[in-house]
Structure formats: structure tokens, C-alpha cells
Design a protein around this ligand. Sequence first.
Ligand SMILES: O=P(O)(O)OC[C@H]1O[C@H](OP(=O)(O)OP(=O)(O)O)[C@H](O)[C@@H]1O
Ligand SMILES: O=C(O)c1cc(=O)[nH]c(=O)[nH]1
Length: 184
Amino acid sequence: MTDDDRRRELIAALTAADAVRFGEFELSHGGTSDYYVDKYLFETDPDALTLVAEAFADRLAAANAKLAGVALGAVPLVAVTAAELGRPYVIARKQAKEYGTGNRIEGRLDEGEEVVVIEDIATTGQSAVDAVEALREAGATVNRVLVVVDREEGAEALLADHDVELESLLTATELLAERDEGAE
Ligand SMILES: O=P(O)(O)OC[C@H]1O[C@H](OP(=O)(O)OP(=O)(O)O)[C@H](O)[C@@H]1O
Ligand SMILES: O=C(O)c1cc(=O)[nH]c(=O)[nH]1
């Protein structure tokens, strides 16, 4: 299957899961948008979840790295991708747990381990940067973030400022091409 075919299949699966919404939406790091990718709708749909995990696993097969998912949204994605690859993973919480272990990073992480971050959506990239910083503080080496959708609103540049490369399965331009062509 070509990359284009795979992208088309993924867009169809996200659309079938009703995850691409149009209207007015508030975003997590400020501002509003006329569209929103409801990650929980595609992540709870078995077809879309499987496609995303397979696409991530393909990209990660050659990298001998541990995976990390950014809570909450990327947890199902990292779990299914890691199972597909037969690899362990960790979870980066938004904040450290306030009792018990007090962990910010959940799961086993050894000093100096290479980690690739899995994220659902990148908008400003701030959530991904926060996870990278928490992982680095915990001793990991991180230079790659993989997302399902890059909304192309600054995440690539912000991550590059932190020496991290952003890769996406889909860009907003690709995801919204049909709507935008219709609007021309
Ligand atoms: O690139 P950014 O500007 O940081 O925005 C994208 C982030 O915002 C959303 O998460 P949300 O805050 O909705 O959190 P959740 O995963 O806990 O639902 C999305 O899943 C990304 O994690
Ligand atoms: O930036 C966000 O908060 C955001 C955008 C989006 O399309 N989907 C989402 O879950 N969060």
C-alpha cells in the first residue's frame, strides 16, 4: 500500500468514526478553531484505532526505542501500538500523581533509555513538549514525537526548538482537503 493510500484509508476511518467535527471549538492552549478532531471518537473505534496503531508500528519498527504516550488521549494509542510491536511503554502524565508513587512518568523507564513520544493531536505542540521535558527529567533520551494529526499551528517549530522532530500520520491540510476544495 502506498503512503497516499494509507493516508486516504486513515482519513476515511476518522471520518467514519465521526471524529472530524466542524463548528466553533475552544482549544486546550487557547484560541478557537472552526474544526476539531475528537480523538476519543477515533480512539474508541476499533477500525480507526487499529489503523493508527499499524501506521505507528510501521514507522517505529526500525527504531529500537521505548514508546511513551501522553495522557490522557494518547494512552490507548501507545498501548495498542506497543502491543503490536511487542514493546513496553510508559505514560507521561500531565502532572505528577499527588499520592502513592508521586510519579509523573508511569511504567518502567531506565536512565539513558531512548524514547519516542506518541501523541494524538499536535496544535501548539506544548503538550508534547511538556511530555518530552518530563521524560528527559526522568532520564530518557527523546528526539522524536509521532502524532496522528498535526494541525500545522506551530508544533513542528516549537518541538524543533527543543531538538525534537515532529512526524505525523496526517496533516490538517491532508485531513481537510476535501472540505477546503469544496469551499473554493
Ligand atoms: O499541541 P497542543 O496545543 O498542546 O494541543 C494538543 C493537545 O491538546 C489535546 O489534549 P487535551 O488537552 O484535550 O487533553 P486530554 O488528552 O487529557 O484529553 C490534544 O490531545 C493534545 O494533547
Ligand atoms: O488543540 C486542541 O486542544 C485539540 C485540537 C483538536 O483538533 N483535537 C483535540 O482533541 N484537541
